[in-house]
Design a protein around this ligand. Structure first.
Ligand code: G3P
Ligand code: MG
Length: 250
C-alpha cells in the first residue's frame, strides 16, 4: 500500500535551504534524505518548472507570474536570495533538472503538480508525460518503490495525469478529507491520500487505511506529532524540519 519512504523532505530541503531549488536537494542529501517532495508549475511556454507560488515576490525576486514568463527567463531568476546571501542567484529549476539530480543520487520523488489558475489539465498531462518518459525502465520493472508518485490538490490535473500516463501512481491531496473522498480517489485511480495532518483524526486514518489506500501527511514539523500520526497508521509524511526529523525517524 505504501512502498515509498516514510520520511520525505518538503519542498526540496525543508528549512535548510531555499525551497524548491537544487540547493535544497543538496541540503537534504547532506542530511541523508533520499526522498523529496516538490512543486511543479508550467511556464508560459509550457515547460514544467520547480516552484510553489504562481506569483513572484515571496521566493522568486521580482514582479509577475510563472504562467506569464518563459522557462528560459525563469531559469535566470533569483529563487534563493530571499533565504540568504549565500543562495543569491540560485535559479528556478527545470523539472527535468530535478529528475536528473534525483536519478543520479537515488532520491525518490513525490512530484506535486501545482497548476497555475486555468492550467490544471495542461500541467497534469505535461508532468505525467515527462515523468513517464524519464522513468520508463522503472515503470517496466514493476517495482513501485522505484517509481515517483505524482500528487495534486487539483482533481482536473490528476485526471489529466491519469489519462496521459495511467500506470504512473497518483496521490490525491486533500486539505480536509471530504465525505466523498473515496469516490473521488477511485475515479482518479489514486493509490494514496495525502492530507494535512492538522485535520486528520485517528478514525479518519483508520478508514483510509482499511479502504486500502496509502496515507501520507503534510507538513509535520515536530517529532511528537510525527509519532502520534504514525501510531494512527499513517504511512509517511513530509517535513520542513529535516534538522529535527531525520530520514530514519521512528
Ligand atoms: O505535497 C504536500 C504539500 O507540499 C502541500 O502543500 O503548499 O506545501 O505545496 P504545499
Ligand atoms: Mg507541495
Amino acid at each position: 500500500m505504501w512502498p515509498y519512504p516514510k520520511i520525505v523532505a518538503h519542498r526540496g530541503g525543508g528549512t535548510l535551504a531555499p525551497e524548491n531549488t537544487l540547493a535544497g536537494l543538496r541540503a537534504g542529501l547532506a542530511r541523508g534524505f533520499r526522498a523529496v517532495e516538490f512543486d511543479v508549475m508550467l511556464s508560459r511556454d509550457g515547460i514544467g518548472m520547480v516552484v510553489h507560488d504562481p506569483e513572484f515576490g515571496r521566493t522568486v525576486a521580482g514582479q509577475g507570474s510563472v504562467a506569464q514568463t518563459d522557462a528560459s527567463a525563469l531559469a535566470r531568476m533569483d529563487a534563493g536570495g530571499w533565504y540568504g546571501d549565500a543562495f543569491r542567484g540560485e535559479p528556478v529549476p527545470f523539472y527535468t533538472q530535478f529528475i536528473d539530480f534525483c536519478k543520479a543520487e537515488g532520491i525518490w520523488m513525490n512530484v506535486e503538480i501545482k497548476p497555475a489558475d486555468g492550467f490544471d489539465a495542461a500541467t497534469g498531462a505535461w508532468v505525467a508525460k515527462v515523468t513517464q518518459d524519464s522513468y520508463a525502465a522503472e515503470l517496466a520493472s514493476g517495482n513501485p518503490a522505484a517509481c515517483p508518485l505524482l500528487s495534486s490538490f487539483s482533481y482536473a490535473a490528476l485526471a489529466a495525469a491519469r489519462d496521459a500516463a495511467p500506470e504512473l501512481p497518483r496521490g490525491y491531496l486533500l486539505d480536509q478529507i471530504p465525505a466523498d473522498w473515496q469516490q473521488q480517489a477511485r475515479e482518479l485511480g489514486a493509490v494514496a491520500i495525502h492530507t494535512n495532518h492538522k485535520h486528520l483524526t485517528a478514525a479518519l486514518a483508520a478508514a483510509i487505511k482499511s479502504a486500502g489506500y496509502g496515507l501520507f501527511c503534510y507538513t509535520v514539523n515536530t517529532p511528537e506529532r510525527a509519532r502520534e500520526i504514525l501510531s494512527w497508521g499513517v504511512d509517511g509524511f513530509c517535513t520542513d524540519r529535516i534538522d529535527l526529523i531525520g530520514p530514519a525517524f521512528t
